[in-house]
Write a new protein. Structure first.
Length: 113
């Protein structure tokens, strides 16, 4: 792969099905250098809809976990409204995904008063 890194990037669980997330995981298994990135917990309404779409999932993070997408090669963007279980998820999973909190970065850069 050289200097380029490639990522499997479903927009978020809200726009994906279990089958689509499973297909993303299959790609990651086939191509070991692939990364995974998506969104998580961006707003309260989205979290509620995702719970309805994935009723068997413990929480938003679990929609990705169940497909095997949460690894050290994962970046989950936003996480503005985390619950206690996915504020720092890696103890629960034995993995260390990166969770990028956009609102915190924007605040630090002076975008919010």
């Amino acid at each position: 792969m050289g200097r380029q890194l490639y990522a499997v990037t479903p927009r978020f669980s809200l726009s994906a099905s279990e089958g689509m997330l499973d297909a993303c995981a299959a790609l990651m298994r086939e191509f070991q250098g692939l990364r995974f990135t998506s969104h998580i917990n961006e707003n309260v309404a989205e979290i509620g809809v995702v719970q309805g779409l994935f009723p068997q999932a413990r929480d938003y993070l679990d929609t990705y976990e169940r497909a095997g997408l949460v690894t050290r090669r994962s970046v989950l963007a936003h996480n503005v409204h985390p619950n206690d279980a996915n504020w720092v998820p890696w103890p629960r999973m034995g993995a260390a995904p990166r969770i990028a909190r956009a609102a915190t970065r924007r605040w630090a850069a002076g975008f919010f008063p």
